[in-house]
Design a protein around this ligand. Structure first.
Ligand code: G3H
Length: 496
């Protein structure tokens, strides 16, 4: 159970502690931050409202711990990560319980998120051993005036302290996708969990605690954005920020100092369906891609661009599948569960209202109960409707009918976002040409967008982010190159 058994040290009365210096602590502020259960809309958990002074102490210990960790043999770092992965998986039920209660993730998906996270950590340990054990060796005689008397050895070294800020929708998985690479590369890690999802994150951090990482190497600080948000992201001891979330990432990028940034900031992933597509395959992927976790995934299908000639048939198939989706509480493993907050639900309702007023066609009745929104497919959407461009992060999906491939590509590229896109066709040549023309970080051919498998490169362009994720890219991103040049005496070769 969340907060009990092996997790009992994390909680004080009904408030979860923050993690610093290898211990669970109460904040001197005496304040707390409340986390609402999206289903009941009542307070579910409380976490500490940490102070700037506590943040400063966390960075001091992180810096000290990192110096020693960087000298810890790679195989030992990998062993510790494997231990954390095993402990995480052993405690999947307790962690899933927190995911269900604070982000309304369907029970089964919550367990899957924890298991996927354990797998990700183990792979990261192995990949780290492979890529961090390699160096590069150059000799100097490629440029005029040089001889073979200089030898350059380069290897990857840690950046220092990495600040990780995961989002509410994958608080465990998108946290470990930052923690694993940071630690295997020899960095220290400061985690700022999202408010909604904080308790799941803290449980995951406790698994790292139980795995026996050195004190101060990992910390988790909770609190109010107004008090510690900018203070954390602009802190002079942060050497790298890895953030996943919404627009806040753009503000962070503007304020951060000259440090590497890895940002994943949402998307409006387009799904282009051509006349020759397998419509059953496209419909299944549209429903899975558009409505799983109630559309609250940055990689969700967020606009369908269907050829006019097949649109009616495709829409009918999608509607038939939507009719089978179950709607209800996450504890019952419903397909559609409450969205994360009332303000999200209001935002989604605003997009729907705008589309309705401008003449879009609704195939399902609009229904909302608190944060629970019944799935809708909004047809005959036109570019003057907000839903054509904005990211609802909810179970509502617009369909735009197109006459040409160019029209589809144009809509995809005219968007501020550029995370992923997908194209359905049986013509592989066309698929590749369209994929080439779509200005997104990834294009999926005949499947819905998705981040995983977790070692694939994952990146967005424009407002969808900067830097590339995926295990290998994240490890590389959280290191820098160090070169040592050996200068041998004199030239050994003379022309003529
Ligand atoms: O919400 C953003 C996530 O990176 C999406 O991950 O494709 O595994 O659902 P996913």
């Amino acid at each position: 159970m969340a907060g009990k058994g092996v997790f009992k040290d994390m909680i004080d009365g009904e408030v979860y502690k923050y993690y610093a210096d290898g211990e669970w602590k109460r904040s001197a502020s005496g304040g707390t931050v409340s986390i609402l259960n999206p289903s009941t809309r009542k307070p579910q958990y409380k976490v500490q409202a940490c102070t700037q002074d506590e943040v400063n102490k966390i960075f001091d210990s992180a810096k000290a711990a990192q110096k020693l960790w960087a000298k810890t043999p790679l195989w030992k770092r990998a062993e510790a990560l494997h231990r954390a992965a095993a402990i995480l998986k052993e405690n999947k039920v307790a962690i899933a319980e927190a995911l269900v209660k604070e982000v309304a993730k369907p029970q089964k998906d919550a367990v899957t998120e924890v298991v996927r996270s354990g797998d990700l950590i183990s792979y990261t340990a192995e990949e780290g051993i492979r890529i961090l054990s390699e160096g590069k060796f150059l000799v100097s005689d490629s440029f005029p005036g040089n001889d073979r008397n200089k030898l350059c050895m380069s290897s990857k070294i840690p950046l220092g302290v990495v600040l990780a800020i995961p989002p509410f929708n994958y608080p465990v998985n998108l946290a470990v996708s930052k923690i694993g690479p940071a630690l295997i590369a020899g960095n220290a890690l400061v985690l700022k969990p999202p408010t909604q999802g904080a308790v799941s994150c803290l449980h995951m951090v406790h698994c790292f605690h139980l795995a026996g990482f050195p004190k101060g190497l990992i910390s988790a600080v909770t609190g109010k954005g107004s008090e510690i948000g900018d203070f954390l992201t602009m802190h002079p001891m942060v050497n790298c920020i890895s953030f996943t979330g919404g627009d806040t990432g753009i503000a962070i990028a503007r304020k951060a100092s000259m440090i590497p940034l890895q940002m994943e900031l949402g998307g409006k992933d387009a799904c282009i369906v051509l006349e020759d597509a397998d419509l059953d395959l496209a419909a299944s992927n549209i429903v899975k891609g558009g409505y799983s976790y109630s559309g609250q995934r940055c990689t969700a299908v967020k606009v369908v661009l269907a050829f006019e000639s097949i649109a009616d048939m495709l829409v009918a198939k999608v509607n038939a599948k939507i009719a089978k989706l179950t709607v209800g509480p996450p504890e019952e493993d419903s397909d559609i569960t409450p969205v994360v907050s009332e303000s999200s639900a209001n935002f989604i309702e605003g997009l729907v209202k705008d589309a309705r007023e401008k003449g879009a066609k609704f195939h399902q009745e609009w229904k909302r109960d608190g944060n629970l929104i019944w799935p809708v497919l909004i047809d005959h959407v036109r570019p003057d409707m907000r839903i054509a461009w904005e990211e609802p992060f909810g179970p509502v999906l617009p369909v735009i009918r197109i006459k040409t491939v160019e029209e589809g590509i144009h809509h995809c590229n005219a968007n501020n976002f550029g995370l992923q896109g997908c194209v359905f066709t049986k013509d592989i040549n066309k698929a590749i040409m369209i994929a080439d023309a779509m200005e997104t970080g990834t294009v999926q051919i005949n499947s819905a967008p998705a981040r995983g498998p977790d070692h694939f490169p994952f990146q967005g362009i424009r407002d969808s982010g900067i830097g590339s994720q995926g295990i290998t890219n994240s490890i590389n991103m959280m290191t820098k190159i160090k070169s040592t040049v050996i200068n041998l005496p004199g030239a050994s070769y003379q022309m003529g």
